[in-house]
Design a protein around this ligand. Structure first.
Ligand code: ADP
Ligand code: MG
Length: 637
């Protein structure tokens, strides 16, 4: 296990844990008082609230965490009456209601306006932070919250303390989310710059990922209340960004997943196209609703808030099903995606559980981290895909190189074989005649010239051998094809080559199974094996050993020639079979080439394995005759 390999993942996890919403007690510095009880009066849709709650209205007792923030139908807001205790223990007292539902908040004391917001866009959540007078008496504050949503009121207790400390603690609790969102946006922008360097087919994939990351960042950042509080004039813009991000992410995610699975699921691919149309419709509706005032909001809220939530859920479930089914088929991308989804699903589920367990007075947070983990899994998928593309490219170029090499070899072989066929025939006859005369001469001549004549005859024999090789190469066709009994053939070879090996100070050991028959020409196969055994003999050092064995493996006869000679290095091995390649002073460099040719014509295969200084092993495979009878292999004649 390489610990460094896991370092980046650990670093990311550590970072995410760092961003978790730690309890505010860690951040908070000054002692504070909490108010968790107040009185609430609903405001009907037709009412025009003034600067104070109507006298004799219907006040209800409420406290933090109660679902009273959910408005009944026909209500457009609430009056909240806060009873502040004495505040003289603080230099500059203030109140903070960090999770407040509502669009606009007005605060009055004795009918006098203390605080007012004027927002004209759709945001549910805000916070109330207000300095109050330092006084030693109890004070009553009337808070008017109006909304066009479904909730209005304080979700968490109202804090009373030093104004500056309240502001700081609020910032500290909200800042991590904003930072998370903004840094993802920044990352997405950097990533999109990289797309310039990608090929066309990678680019669309990459860009869809950039869009997913960008929209994730925008969603997280614009879900944070901070931008709305610190740039109130940009509120409309931020809320528009949120809506657009939602509609853009929806089809981008579908596209990315569909491409990850190479569009293997046509139904899902069709769904992504449909998603694009839906999103386009949603964006147009959003524009129409923004331009025509809020009249179209009810329709828009169905398309956006309600439907897109359900559709996203459908999409996530579909993606999970797809990734699990492809994972089971061995797709490693699917596995990463499945893990990414799990990383998203678990925190989101925890969020929901906490939401309901806390009586809906919990603000969802963990989903953001989950979604970041999910986007991370998408990044991993893309990176792996790019590196796989590169690997495939490399393997193609290697194949091409090999193909070129073999083409070159084939061309060379063709030229040689043409040449060989014409020359060899012409030369062989005069050689035979000369040999005959030399032998005649040797009978008559004196002792002194005998030695020369023997050398001349030997050299003529060598020349004849070369010519035979040439001819075999040029016309490798098997004149007489018959069933060959391998064991019989090897026994004959033992008789011929055994003495040859011992003459050179080595041994030939032959082992063969019985009853193996292949189709071919006995003389040609013998020639091929003799060439190989000769090479082994020539590679001998002291105590040379050649093991020639034959056995049946499945439908094939496998012949092995193993020696303990000098062996070959990689370069020699790759040149084997190239005409004229020889490392011997008297070598022709044709033997192996001829052998390969014969084996090829007999429908066999040959593999050389060798290690410099250790030895060489040649493996030859031929189809066995019984198998041949039932197959359609055609032998040349
Ligand atoms: P030649 O024997 O005339 O040199 P070959 O085509 O038979 O030509 O062999 C080519 C070369 O391959 C040899 O010169 C030798 O270097 C190498 N070679 C072939 N077989 C062996 C072997 N069994 N052990 C070591 N080297 C071998
Ligand atoms: Mg040879």
């Amino acid at each position: 296990m390489k610990p460094l390999r896991y370092f980046p993942a650990l670093a990311v996890i550590a970072l995410l844990i760092g961003l978790l919403p730690w309890p505010s007690t860690i951040w908070a510095s000054a002692p504070q008082t909490e108010l968790d009880r107040w009185q609430v009066m609903l405001i009907g849709a037709a009412e025009k609230p003034g600067t104070a709650p109507p006298a004799g209205g219907n006040w209800q007792e409420a406290h933090a965490g109660e679902t009273l923030v959910e408005l009944p139908p026909g209500a457009k807001g609430v009056w909240i009456r806060l009873q502040l205790p004495s505040t003289e223990s603080w230099l500059r007292p203030g109140i903070l209601a960090s999770k407040t539902y509502g669009l606009n908040i007005n605060i009055y004391r004795d009918g006098k306006l203390l605080y007012e917001t004027t927002r004209d866009y759709q945001v549910e959540m805000t916070r109330l932070l207000l300095p109050v007078d330092s006084s030693n008496e109890e004070n009553t504050l009337d808070v008017l919250i109006l909304t066009n949503g479904e909730r209005a009121g304080f979700l968490t207790p109202v804090q009373l303390g030093e104004f500056n400390d309240l502001e700081k603690s609020y910032m500290r609790s909200e800042l991590p989310s904003l930072l998370l969102g903004v840094s993802i946006i920044f990352l997405a922008l950097l990533m999109s710059v990289c797309s310039i360097f990608l090929s066309k087919h990678q680019r669309s994939f990459w860009i869809s990922l950039c869009i997913i990351a960008l929209t994730t960042g925008v969603l997280i950042a614009s879900y944070s209340p901070l931008p709305y509080l610190y740039y109130p004039s940009g509120g409309r813009f931020f809320s528009a960004l949120f809506e657009l991000a939602l509609f853009t992410m929806f089809p981008a995610l579908g596209y990315f997943v569909s491409e990850t699975f190479e569009r293997k699921s046509p139904r899902f691919h069709r769904f992504t196209r449909w998603q694009a149309y839906y999103s386009l419709f949603g964006i147009l509706l959003f524009l129409a609703y923004s331009l025509t005032g809020d009249k179209l909001y009810p329709i828009y809220s169905i398309v956006s808030v309600l439907a897109i939530g359900v559709l996203m859920l459908v999409q996530m479930v579909w993606i999970s099903v797809l990734s699990i089914s492809y994972w089971r088929r061995g797709d490693s991308q699917a596995r990463v995606l499945a893990f990414g989804l799990l990383a998203f699903a678990l925190p989101s589920a925890t969020d929901l559980i906490l939401y309901y367990a806390n009586n809906k007075s919990y603000v969802l947070f963990l989903w953001k981290l989950g979604f970041v983990a999910f986007v991370l899994s998408l990044v991993i998928i893309l990176a792996r895909r790019i590196s796989n593309d590169y690997k495939t490219l490399l393997s193609y170029s290697k194949q091409l190189e090999l193909f070129n090499l073999s083409l070159e070899r084939t061309e060379k072989l063709k030229i040689i074989s043409d040449l060989a066929a014409s020359v060899a025939h012409e030369v062989r006859n005069p050689l035979q005649v000369t040999r005959g005369f030399l032998q005649l001469l040797s009978k008559k001549d004196d002792q002194q010239n005998q030695g020369y004549i023997t050398i001349a005859v030997n050299e003529l024999d060598r020349a004849a051998e070369i010519i035979t090789d040439f001819l075999t190469f040029a016309k490798p066709e098997l004149e007489s094809v018959s069933r060959l009994d391998i064991r019989e053939l090897l026994e004959q070879l033992d008789l011929i080559m055994g003495p040859h090996a011992s003459m050179h100070g080595g041994r030939l050991v032959v082992v063969s199974e019985e009853g193996m028959e292949v189709m071919g020409s006995a003389s040609k196969l013998k020639q091929a094996l003799i060439n190989l055994i000769k090479n082994s003999v020539e590679a001998f050092g002291e105590e040379g050993l050649i093991e020639l064995s034959a056995r049946a493996e499945g439908s094939e006869a496998v012949l092995r020639i193993k020696d303990n000679g000098e062996g070959m290095d990689e370069e020699q091995l790759s040149k084997l079979g190239v005409p004229y390649f020889s490392t011997k002073s008297k070598g022709t460099g044709l033997g192996t080439m001829v052998t390969m040719r014969i084996i090829e014509v007999m429908n066999g295969s040959i593999i050389f394995q060798s290690q410099k200084g250790k030895g060489t092993e040649v493996t030859i495979r031929f189809p066995l005759v019984d198998q041949l009878a039932s197959s359609t292999v055609k032998l040349p004649h």
